[in-house]
Design a protein around this ligand. Structure first.
Ligand code: AMP
Length: 391
């Protein structure tokens, strides 16, 4: 299924290996808040070190505007990695140019170097090939293990692969195997759960999954647009009027495959502890809004999930950041944890909901990439993967 070469297919002994990792982690006052993505890259890093490579890691972090910004420095990440691995990790204050060249030249087999944030160069996001060439000049081999960035054609994810032998890391391989297996060759029944704020972000995903999945369960703010498309006023709920026609088309096309909530939690404000009502789906009063799926919906979606053999989930069922509106999302997480299905949770909010619920180890695979996993569900190819050597 995964037809790209991986680190296993290439001799790295004594070589300098440039590894694009996804170390885009939340940092507060110089302290890493969630190390999931760093830990996820360890198998590749450790394998390369064991094989006698010198390992140069680089990543983007946050969205620095137009140049270096200490707030988005990779230095705390390098320090964190050193602690995690229990060994020194060198750091270079730029991802190209003299600091990087010197540090890379001094690096010996078995040693690790972290380069500064790739987005300190605005050319990175334009997939500038001059920048990519300079990155490539630091090493003998390029490894892409940054699944979370693979849907972007940037200098560090796509351009650089044109100048070096380029292969996948273990995380990249695992992510793509799980997702492509689920989409292309799923054990059935195959159920997709889609939530989150907007339908417009997921139109391509719904269209593609209507041809692949047996059932699609819809929740979150995006359900509101479907309710309005069916003729129900939705009060002051989040709604996308510009895609009402499209929502109607999807309902018609989906038939019984596309399931919408049967009851919802409404409130007049999004505040913690706001007064709530559970109501069947129907006209919502003017100054109320839909903020979660209701208990009947959780129960009926739960039955579908219990009978599924493969489940893919992307997007929360409500405003789960506020505990008053988190029951739907956690109810679905619970149903997924109890089922015997192969369960795959897309990155971002649904992944963090599953972590928060304490049920993460009951899930088959939690993706590290929100955007990248959505693009895979949409059936798109990822430029960061396409650029790697074929097997
Ligand atoms: P997305 O980035 O599209 O996955 O959307 C995630 C966001 O959707 C979260 O921040 C949720 O709070 C928000 N969300 C989910 N359900 C609703 C809703 N019914 N109304 C408004 N926002 C929602």
């Amino acid at each position: 299924m995964f037809n790209k070469k991986s680190v296993r297919d290439i001799d790295v002994k004594g070589k300098k290996v440039l590894v694009r990792v996804d170390f885009n982690v939340p940092i507060k006052e110089g302290v890493v808040q969630d190390d999931t993505r760093i830990r996820a890259a360890l198998p590749t890093i450790e394998y390369l070190l064991e094989q006698g490579a010198a390992v140069i890691l680089f990543s983007h972090l946050g969205r620095p505007k137009g140049g270096p910004d200490p707030k988005y420095s990779m230095k705390p990440v390098a320090e964190y990695l050193a602690q995690l691995m229990g060994k020194p990790v060198a750091f270079a204050e730029d991802c190209v140019g003299e600091p990087a060249e010197k540090a890379a030249a001094n690096l010996k087999p078995g040693e690790v170097l972290v380069l500064e944030n790739t987005r300190f160069h605005p050319e990175e996001e334009k997939n500038d090939l001059e920048l990519a060439k300079k990155m490539a000049a630091l090493a003998d081999i390029y490894v892409n293990d940054a699944f979370g960035s693979a849907h972007r054609a940037h200098s560090s994810t796509e351009g650089v692969a044109r100048f070096l032998p380029a292969v996948a890391g273990f995380l990249m391989e695992k992510e793509i195997q799980y997702l492509s297996q689920a989409i292309e060759n799923p054990k059935r029944p195959f159920v997709a759960i889609l939530g989150g704020a907007k339908v417009s972000d997921k139109i391509g995903v719904i269209k593609n999954l209507l041809t692949k999945a047996d059932t699609i369960l819809i929740g979150g703010g995006m359900a509101n647009t479907f309710f309005k498309a069916q003729g129900y006023p939705v009060g002051k709920s989040l709604v996308e009027d510009e895609v009402l026609d499209l929502a109607r088309e999807l309902i018609a096309q989906g038939g019984t495959k596309l399931r919408l909530p049967v009851d919802v939690v409404i409130a007049q404000s999004m505040e913690e502890g706001a007064e709530t009502k559970v109501v069947p789906v129907g006209p919502i009063p003017d100054d109320w809004m839909i903020l979660d799926i209701g208990p009947e919906t959780v129960a009926s979606y739960g039955k579908v999930i219990a009978n599924a053999a493969t489940v893919v989930w992307n997007g929360p069922m409500g405003v789960f950041e506020v505990s008053t509106f988190a029951k739907g999302t956690f109810g679905i997480a619970d149903a997924l944890a109890k089922s015997n299905a192969i369960s795959i949770v897309g990155g971002g909010d649904s992944a963090s909901a599953v972590q928060k619920s304490g049920l993460a180890e009951k899930i088959t695979h939690i993706s590290t990439g929100g955007g990248a996993s959505l693009e895979m569900l949409e059936g798109l190819f990822l430029p960061g993967v396409a650029a790697l050597l074929d097997k």
